[in-house]
Design a protein around this ligand. Structure first.
Ligand code: AMP
Length: 111
């Protein structure tokens, strides 16, 4: 198992975990792009949204992202959820993850 996010989920690699359930883990991004930048991942390895299926737990993943935003107190001001997919989509870690970004105004379109 060489996946860095699997190692974070199993706590083999340290990270700043802010929320976890039986099926998801949320931790602060090492290179934050906003005052709040948290990654929410399924514990079960799936390389990206393109490989997700009915057993991936996408509903819990997205609801957990919203719960993280609530706990970080960015819900009222607003925030952004991002899933990068594949190389041109900007995905650099091949384990499905939702970015929770907040604490500043976001621009559109994203770069
Ligand atoms: P993406 O480019 O969408 O695949 O996002 C991968 C994210 O993982 C980037 O924002 C990285 O800063 C972040 N990242 C990579 N390694 C770690 C790590 N060990 N702990 C926390 N965040 C990480």
């Amino acid at each position: 198992m060489s996946c860095i996010f699997c190692k974070i989920a199993s706590k083999e690699v340290p990270s700043d975990i802010v929320y976890e359930t039986d099926t998801v883990v949320a931790f602060r991004d090492l290179n934050p792009q906003a005052p709040v930048h948290i990654l929410v991942i399924p514990r079960k390895h799936v390389s990206g949204i393109h490989e997700a299926d009915g057993g991936t737990g996408l509903e819990e993943l997205m609801l957990s992202a919203a719960e993280v935003a609530r706990r970080e107190e960015i819900e009222d001001a607003g925030y952004r959820l991002v899933i990068n997919c594949g190389r041109q989509g900007g995905q650099t870690v091949d384990h499905l993850h939702v970015h929770v970004l907040g604490g500043r105004a976001m621009s559109w379109p994203p770069g």
